[in-house]
Design a protein around this ligand. Structure first.
Ligand SMILES: [Zn+2]
Length: 372
């Protein structure tokens, strides 16, 4: 705990933070057995390669074409290391006629084609259009490119600044990344990149993570038709195999309770309030750590208001999105607190008291008093 991380040294990460893989490698090292050596090597190798793929490798790729239509294009890397890989589905349907891969189809449907193939239905693309008036993540109709089966046994899902990459998971600790909230989280990073472009370190990085968790959970609620009380507020429910003692990767309502497993380094490290905030000494200053209290603010506020959180009539997603457009790339928690209050005043002033209460339940006053 203590010093801010230099943003120039911050590393992009996928939905599985680097520290979780480091903890796993360390935990297996602590259980001396030659059987564990390949897994330890694999985990460390994944960390090394992620640091190549996510911040630099994409520069060799060209950005998605701006067609004005936000066409979904879903590819198969066939467990290789090249993206985007072989195009399987596009906006008109199946390109590789004989392809029967359900994983590719699932990613395609959730991103942009709709649940029923051949009919425009619910998808992240539809979600962006219906609730935020965006015709794609960039608001300019850039095509929405996804690659599945990326790499072998890859334990991650990521937005690489041009497209989404989805791994299959190793089936030892990680079961799947093909989850609606995970897809929504990664596309959420894309939306943030073309919005406030929050620097991925310290408080701005935690806000970047938080906005992705909010978009992930709202997308899941919209797809499932859940209201605030039906929603479990979990990110990554289904991500772990049965060998892991955990319900999910994060818990927005109860940060710090998602898992408790020695092989993951113990308990979920997310705090539930801002009390005693200091930048973390790992995880880019705590981008996946300090998103916890902000997540809880949103979940408490949504629960207090009730109803279908994502709907325009309820308007919480709209308040959050509007607030995000008021941020700069270096904004912190107090800036976001002020931005959400301002957005709420302009969109639905009746909710300001409830919103302020949620922030105070998570001790935003600690940040204000201590000028953090
Ligand atoms: Zn993320």
């Amino acid at each position: 705990m203590g010093k801010k991380v230099d943003p120039a040294k911050a590393k992009r990460q996928g939905i599985i933070p680097t520290f979780i893989k480091e903890n796993i490698a360390q935990a297996f090292e602590n259980e001396p057995s030659p059987l564990h050596l390949p897994y330890i090597d694999e985990m460390r190798d994944q960390i090394r390669r992620e640091q190549l793929i996510l911040p630099a490798w994409h520069k060799e790729q060209t950005p998605s074409p701006i067609t004005g239509k936000g066409n979904p294009k879903t590819h198969d890397a066939e467990n290789g290391y090249n993206a985007p890989g072989k195009l399987i589905w596009n906006e008109t349907g199946l390109v590789e006629k004989a392809n029967k891969d359900k994983v590719v189809k699932q990613a395609h449907d959730w991103t942009g084609f709709g649940q029923e193939v051949g009919k425009e239905g619910k998808s992240f693309k539809q979600f962006l259009l219906e609730f935020y008036g965006l015709n794609s993540f960039d608001g300019n109709g850039a095509d929405m490119v996804t690659t599945v089966h990326f790499d072998e046994r890859w334990n991650n899902a990521a937005w690489n600044e041009h497209q989404i990459l989805l791994g299959d998971g190793d089936q030892q600790m990680f079961k799947t990344f093909m989850l609606m909230d995970v897809i929504g989280h990664e596309w959420g990073h894309a939306v943030t990149q073309y919005g406030p472009n929050l620097t991925y370190a310290n408080q701005s990085g935690a806000l970047n993570e938080h906005l992705s968790d909010v978009r992930g959970i709202l997308f899941l609620m919209y797809m499932m038709g859940w209201d605030a009380s039906t929603c479990h507020w979990l990110i990554g429910k289904g991500i772990w195999t049965e060998h892991v003692n955990g319900k999910s990767l994060r818990d927005m309502m109860h940060p710090g309770t998602a898992y408790d497993d020695l092989r993951l380094g113990g308990k979920d490290p997310q705090p539930a309030t801002f009390t005693n905030y200091e930048p973390s000494s790992y995880d880019n200053g705590g981008v996946h750590i300090w998103s916890g209290p902000v997540n809880r603010v949103f979940a408490l506020f949504a629960n207090d208001i009730g109803g279908l959180t994502w709907k325009k009539e309820v308007g919480l997603g709209q308040i959050w999105h509007n607030a995000s457009t008021r941020l700069g790339s270096e904004s912190g928690f107090v800036d976001f607190y002020n931005a959400t209050i301002a957005a709420c005043k302009s969109l639905n002033p009746k909710l300001v008291t409830n919103l302020d209460k949620a922030w105070k339940q998570c001790d935003i006053e600690y940040m204000i008093k201590n000028k953090k």
